[in-house]
Design a protein. Sequence first.
Length: 58
Amino acid sequence: MSKQPISIYTMMIILANIFMLLACIFMAIEYFGRWGGASSPKAPNVQWIQKQTKDLVA
C-alpha cells in the first residue's frame, strides 16, 4: 500500500493554525511585555484615552 500524500487543503489549514498561533503569541508579548498590560501607567495610549474621556466629561 502506498502512503497517500497530504492534501493541499489540510496543509493550508495547518499553516493557517500555525500563523494564528504565532499572531496570538506576538500580540500577548506586545500586550504584556512592553508596557506590562493595559492598566500600566506607562502605557501612553491608555493615558491618552483617559485624558480624552476626562475632557469629554468635564
